[in-house]
Design a protein around this ligand. Structure first.
Ligand code: KG4
Ligand code: ZN
Length: 353
């Protein structure tokens, strides 16, 4: 068995600080249905390869067992592609970073075990990354970066949170959803309209050609927590009623329905974000996660930049949805801090924030 020497890790780290060599991090993300590998050289993501699994479309949602089996097929070609595109040889890598959780256990297992084996065989440190921390820290992939402390609205298929970020490793959840995530609200209402999975991006495109003429119930939650289930039910009953009158209602009003649903979800998201900014008196505002790709949400934030004097940070599209580039960015903070993971780590589907 190869012995990992703490000394050699430390020595590399010291040399890195002295700029004697460039730190090269290979990052792997496999928490859900995207397999991704990225190469970061000296804090800069130079390659970010993402392979998305289209197989789930036919089931209307991610099937965990199918996702993990597909990851087993994809992981080697995706990692090889990231390395060859970066013109980096395996022996040049200084650390391997991987998403430890949260996510689908079977999917995480593939990435974590691959990363552990690679780090062990190359005798280099392993860095474990929290998926949601990485979404937030993706803002440091490119300039301009938000100043600490900043607020980050993280909106994905599994999470909806308002997070106060005081440092890379000091984050507090101020509010979160008590039921569905924002991405789920897009996907589930989109399913009611007959849109393919994941419905969020499709709804975004269709909404651009429609007007938000239909109104649905918006939640009236106290504090900074979110709820989307009432909104979802309101869309369901509205559609049921309209379809009784006209069976072609959805087909004839698809664009306006998408614009109205998107408008409702964005309004729900913005209300609590504005409240959080007022309560904390923080005006550095960032968004992250898959739903951050939504053009309605982006437009609403651009408007608040003017009206509320916010400094708004919206990641590039490639850093919004799941990608290993953001894992590399989060890992780089840990690398610089010398915070490495033990070979004994295991994936954690419900990893604590
Ligand atoms: O962060 P992500 O890629 O994966 C998770 O960790 O969940 O987020 C995926 C979610 C899906 O629910 C998808 O429908 C949604 O992000 N999404 C969008 C858009 N692009 C992705 N929702 C609305 N508008 C978009 N443009
Ligand atoms: Zn994600």
């Amino acid at each position: 068995m190869v012995k990992i020497e703490k000394f050699s890790v430390r020595q590399n780290y010291t040399l890195y600080l002295q700029k004697k060599f460039l730190a090269i991090i290979l990052a792997i993300e496999s928490s859900c249905d995207d397999m991704s590998a990225a190469v970061m050289v000296d804090g800069v993501v130079i390659t970010n390869v993402v392979s998305s699994q289209l197989i789930h479309e036919q089931y209307g949602g991610v099937v965990p067992e199918v996702a993990s089996r597909q990851h087993l097929i994809d992981i080697v070609p995706v990692v090889e592609s990231a390395l060859s595109k970066s013109k980096i040889e395996k022996h040049e890598i200084n650390a391997v970073a991987v998403t430890q959780g949260p996510g689908l256990l079977g999917s995480l297992l593939v990435g974590v075990n691959f990363a552990k084996s690679l780090a062990l065989s190359l005798n280099i440190p392993l860095i474990a990354v929290h998926h949601m921390h990485a979404h937030i820290l993706s803002h440091f992939a490119e300039l301009p970066n938000p100043n600490f402390p900043f607020l980050c609205l993280t909106v994905s298929g599994g999470h909806t949170q308002i997070v106060k970020v005081e440092a890379y490793d000091q984050m507090t959840v101020l509010g979160k959803t008590i039921d569905d995530a924002a991405g789920e609200a897009f996907d589930k209402t989109g399913k009611m309209l007959g849109l393919p999975y994941p419905a969020g991006p499709v709804m975004d495109q269709l909404a651009k050609q429609g007007e938000p003429i239909f109104k649905f119930n918006l939640p009236n939650m106290k504090g900074l927590d979110y709820s989307f289930s009432g909104f979802k039910t309101s869309v369901l009953y509205f559609l049921k009623e309209k379809l009784m009158e006209n069976p072609n209602f959805i087909k004839e009003n698809l664009e306006d329905l998408c614009a109205s649903i998107q408008n409702g979800i964005v309004k729900i998201l913005m209300k609590k974000l504005i409240k959080a900014a007022e309560e904390t008196e923080i005006n550095e505002i960032a968004i992250a996660g898959g739903v951050a790709a939504n053009s309605g949400l982006r437009a609403a934030l651009e408007e608040l930049k003017m009206t509320n004097n916010w400094n708004v940070f919206i990641p590039k599209m490639q850093y919004c949805t799941d990608n290993a580039g953001m894992i590399a960015v989060a890992a780089n903070f840990k690398y610089l801090d010398g915070k490495f993971a033990d070979q004994a780590i295991v994936p954690d589907a419900k990893l604590k924030f």
